[in-house]
Design a protein around this ligand. Structure first.
Ligand code: SF4
Length: 369
């Protein structure tokens, strides 16, 4: 985020006051609301939240892949990358919100690539896997010969643990995990500086999920690319991400370094998400879902959008929209009125934070009654 200690040189993607609507005029629904986030070089930003929280809409809009009726309603997104045309590794910044379609074509795949949630839908069912690699390399690396393209495709499959014989297969001949690995290999084909993963493991069993996340962590260390990893599963994210942004109803409600967020969540929604996932370590515990459902964004919302589901809601939450603000020295940001009114709000609940074996005062607030 803007206040986190980092120079622009160290930032690959900077998203500022970014808003996205579905529809126009009075019928427009605000799906992403004034989001400010950044992705640092060789780092992983995790974005977590339930379906409809705006996390996928945000990255599709930022990369200009969002289809109508989705429209960028405000803000900007700047991508900074090493200019391949420069001999002295000069960095170049492109404003994605105003880039021409020609500029976007030259950036996609080579500087920023996306792995979609459903690999089966993303791969053409009537084309062999080798053809997908060949097309990408032919378009973006026209100087490569057919043999070189074949060798590069085999090399990429090797990176994700697949044998090159898969190049001759059709998508339906492969398992879900293999298809998703192929999408990851395709995304890495041109050595992009930013890879966006939109729930890449959601449709997979937990063992394959874990394997793919481990492979991604290794690939990231080996090649140094930056990553945005989107998921609803915070426990998966904490293994991979450096920083995590939690989104709810189109807003970022908490941002923090991954370990801090996992061990001491400050927003009640973050705590609810963590309590909905099995702990990574320690004793097994009963999972507790978040009561209720996300708000209907087509209807006006007064006060905090999480209020109807929040066990800590108090009077102020009904009338004033909480503002995302820094709450500690790590630069953590939280949008919750609890952090503006310490020692004045009764805290009736005590909750075991996931991964911790002792009972702690919820949200580290002082308990008064
Ligand atoms: Fe809950 Fe109020 Fe904080 Fe919203 S502002 S998360 S309702 S305590």
């Amino acid at each position: 985020m803007n206040d986190v200690d980092q120079s622009l040189n160290d930032t690959v993607l900077e998203i500022e006051d970014f808003s996205v609507d579905y529809g126009w005029g009075e019928g427009a629904v605000r799906a992403v609301n004034n989001v400010t986030l950044s992705v640092r070089r060789s780092r992983v930003l995790g974005i977590a939240g339930e379906s409809g929280s705006g996390k996928s809409t945000l990255v599709y809009a930022v990369t200009r892949l969002l289809r109508s009726p989705g429209v960028i309603a405000g803000g900007r997104a700047r991508l900074t990358f090493d200019d391949p045309g420069s001999h002295d590794t000069k960095r170049r910044t492109v404003d994605l919100t105003s880039a021409t379609s020609g500029e976007l074509r030259s950036i996609r795949w080579s500087q920023v690539s996306i792995v979609l949630q459903s690999a089966l839908n993303a791969l053409n069912p009537v084309l062999r896997i080798g053809h997908e690699f060949d097309e990408v390399l032919k378009v973006h690396r026209p100087s490569m010969s057919k043999t070189e393209r074949r060798e590069r495709a085999a090399e990429l499959l090797g990176l994700v643990g697949l044998n090159e014989d898969r190049l001759a297969r059709f998508p339906h001949e492969l398992s879900g995990g293999q298809r998703q690995r192929i999408m990851i290999a395709l995304a890495l084909a041109l050595d992009p500086q930013l890879v966006i993963m939109d729930e890449p493991t959601t449709a997979l069993d937990v063992v394959t999920q874990r394997e793919i996340v481990n492979e991604l962590a290794q690939l990231r260390v080996r090649f140094g690319f930056s990553m945005i990893f989107i998921t609803h599963d915070l426990s998966l994210l904490v293994e991979l991400a450096d920083d995590i942004a939690v989104m709810y109803a189109g807003n970022v409600v908490e941002w923090a370094p991954a370990g801090d967020l996992y061990h001491a969540p400050r927003h009640p929604y973050t705590l609810g998400l963590l309590n909905s996932s099995p702990p990574l370590t320690g004793e097994r515990r009963e999972l507790v879902g978040i009561a209720g459902a996300p708000p209907d964004l087509s209807q006006p919302i007064s006060g905090c959008s999480f209020r109807a589901r929040c066990p800590y809601a108090f009077d102020r939450c009904a009338t004033e929209v909480p503002v995302l603000g820094v709450v500690d020295d790590s630069g953590r940001k939280v949008a919750c009125w609890l952090h503006e009114t310490p020692a004045t709000v009764p805290m009736p609940l005590r909750i075991v934070a996931p991964g911790r074996d002792e009972t702690v005062p919820a949200l580290d607030q002082e308990v008064v009654s």
